[in-house]
Design a protein around this ligand. Structure first.
Ligand code: AVJ
Length: 323
């Protein structure tokens, strides 16, 4: 039983370089400096994130996995999906829980991983092709915030966005994203969405400021990316990692805080950035959700919230919504 691999690329060859330059110019010349979290994930950043998912303080990965372990069969049943579309470089292990359950119903034909990294897609696809004979892998190199209109139309699709990644989008981007997913789906197709839940800051803050300092290194990694890609001269060690809980907006905010006044040059975009002592760059928001809020956002995007599951400790939520 032969498996097939198709890789379809929707990104212009200079997409990553151009987007990074735009983000740096926009974010670092703003009065309140910021960088989008997507630039954390070079090889080292992806490795650090992997390490984060195994930290004692970082519960979301384990909580979501426990929900998937308990509910994968039900998800396969209710979604009746023949095509699994995975947005973002989700953990391969969670993908397998879903693929196993969907294969058990004998319905799954096609797996469509979507990611901006061609290399990550090919590595992930290779393992799945080997393990699931007969599975067609149709990998799509694309940015899920921009190119959802290019999703392959094959089969009865379930789109999944796991890990709480939707929390990294600003509220307006989140609304746009859910609308785009709904727009890409036919009636009856589904979205499986993982959302971290609002809880005590005593649990939330350590998850983003671990004792071993892995998240701090992950945060500073964005500066290393800028040094390498844009020839910048950031000194990562001169920035403190900060994670705060914004109780009003119900999100964790990660920042890098300059330990002293400094001037950083970024020659590739012809930019000089001045930092006052204590000035911050916001590097990530990670929104936390309430069950009724998730349902309301899904409904507003034109979905019907169909199932809602949490782990035993109610730390994480998984929604199945129908288009
Ligand atoms: C799983 C990618 C959404 O927001 O929890 C982990 C990334 N940032 N620690 C999250 C992250 C800091 C993360 N995502």
């Amino acid at each position: 039983l032969a498996s097939t691999l198709v890789v379809e690329n929707h990104l212009p060859p200079d997409f990553t370089a151009r987007t990074l330059r735009q983000d740096v110019v926009t974010g670092l010349s703003a009065p309140a400096k910021w960088m989008p979290p997507r630039w954390f994930y070079d090889d080292r950043g992806s490795q650090l994130f992997d390490e984060i998912t195994r930290l004692p303080e970082y519960y979301p990965t384990r909580a979501e996995r426990s929900i998937l372990q308990a509910r994968a069969a039900e998800i396969a049943d209710v979604s009746a999906a023949t095509t699994l579309v995975e947005l973002g470089a989700g953990s391969a292990e969670k993908t397998r829980l879903l693929v196993d359950a969907l294969r058990a119903t004998d319905r799954l034909r096609t797996y469509v991983p979507v990611d901006v990294s061609d290399a990550a897609l090919r590595t992930g696809a290779a393992g799945l092709l080997w393990e699931y004979p007969g599975l067609a892998v149709h990998a799509v190199v694309a940015d899920f915030e921009r190119h959802l209109d290019r999703l392959p139309a094959t089969g009865h699709r379930m789109v999944v966005l796991l890990g709480g990644t939707i929390g990294n989008l600003a509220p307006d981007a989140r609304t746009r994203f859910l609308g785009d997913v709904r727009g890409a789906l036919r009636p009856g197709e589904t979205l499986l969405l993982g959302t971290d839940l609002v809880k005590s800051p005593d649990v939330l803050v350590p998850a983003y400021d671990d004792a071993a300092g892995v998240t701090a290194e992950f945060n500073r990694n964005v500066l290393r990316v800028l040094n390498r890609e844009l020839d910048a001269d950031f000194e990562p060690a001169e920035f403190d990692h900060v994670a705060i809980w914004d109780a009003e907006r119900e999100w964790i905010e990660m920042r890098l805080r300059a330990r002293h006044a400094m001037r950083v040059r970024i020659p590739a975009v012809d930019l000089t950035v001045e930092f006052a002592r204590g000035e911050v760059v916001r590097t990530e928001i990670s929104a936390k959700f309430r069950p009724e809020g998730v349902a309301a956002e899904l409904s507003a995007a034109g979905f019907e919230p169909t199932r809602w599951w949490t782990d035993d400790d109610q730390r994480f939520g998984l929604s199945l919504a129908t288009a």
